[in-house]
Design a protein around this ligand. Sequence first.
Ligand code: F0G
Length: 482
Amino acid sequence: MSVKFYRAENQVPLEMHKVRVVQKLTLLPVEERMRAIQAAGNNTFLLRNRDIYLDMITDSGVNAMSDRQTAAMHVADDSYAGSESFYRFKAAVKEVFGVDNVLPTHQGRAAENILATRYITPGKSALMNFHFTTTKAHVTRMGGEVIELVHKSGLEPINDEPFKGDFDLKELEETIQRLTPEKVGFVRVEAGTNLIGGQPVSLENMCAVADICHKYGVVSVLDASLLQDNVYFMKTREAQCKYMSTREIYHLLADKMDIIYFSARKLGFARGGAIISHNSDIIKGLMEFIPLFEGFLTYGGIDVRSIEAMAEGLLESLDMDYISHGPEFINYLVKELDDYGVPVIKPAGGLGAHINCQEFVPDMPHNQYPAAAVSAAIYIAGGIRPMERGTLSEQREPDGTERYAELELARLAVPRRVFTLSQLKYVADRVKWLWDNRELIGGLKWVEEPEVLRFFFGRLKEIGHWQEDLVDKFRQDFGDSL
Ligand code: F0G
């Protein structure tokens, strides 16, 4: 979005929408925030919403819906089979991706379940630029292995590369040759690479991945959950995309990839998900799993109102005014933090701002969960809920040893069209305060550690009394402020 301010120092990202429905928020006193996070086992997933001022745990299913989306929900057509809502969704997929074949799934991980069930057997590998938690869990559940082939810049917290989510193409080709194509379940490109800081993949790289898959007869899959941010970065960072319309980009990707799936909790500002493909044989091989796991082919476990919202939201994913909001607000937050010296993943990506906790608390070992400790501290500092994206979000190795994450990140997601700029300024201010008091932050230890997806419901305890010390310092610096 290119609205230039008269005074350069006044320049901020400008919303091309207005807010017409509001929800009241509360901010608890700092002592109560500490008690709340301790009661939640220092796991931000286990906090209650009523105790949170700004919920930045995710942008999934919490994006604000537009007037057109909520209006569409009123005309939803309830039926088990043949719902008109599904046909409106199908038409939206056709408009955005140019694809006729659509299988609805109740959300993104449901699509992953189906793809893993169809393509992964013990001994097969899924090659990815980077894994996502649920994707990996489904591949390993089927006895397969995930191999990550992101370009090395992707794992460097600070690197000017505009597309840090790109595949290392040479390694991709060598890996397919080494494993042999028969042993590759599929190759998955994750747009807007979630776990390495919402970093985009270039159009050129995505197309090259598809070409390599084609050459070896391997199935290519695009996880388009974070594609709308990624398309914004293609438009603004990649020369060949500057004069392409967003629609042309979506269409080209659908032409290149064998399969596209997405979480509509992200792509489309709604809830739900889908698998799409030009290839009818591929669709036939996946179709039987929809009634088995999800629901009939015309609802896929999604409520019809959400299908309507998904259809409208998908169309809005073509609109640069809408899709620029997330990346531009995120860029603002990242710049505020970076200017102050707070270690953040750069360049700013999509999804949210990502704090590099290895630098925030450099002396804390991985097995005291630095990203979880910083996340708990951010909640105490400001009632702001981040998500741990580090060692805690990893699975232990089959022999029980800890798998240390490549990056220890505390993610501050920026749900689309939800927060104001003053709220983001508050977030930056509280994190700056925490950065100045970082030596107070201590580690965490397990109280209850689940075996699968432990980050969702595991409980931890603070080591020592660092949280009380943080609260005392807050009171010294902020007086009786909330
Ligand atoms: N793929 C990516 C890249 C995702 O970011 C997500 C979800 C999924 C698949 C799974 O989709 O949640 O609809 O089942 N990411 C959320 C997040 C949970 O907070 O980053 P889902």
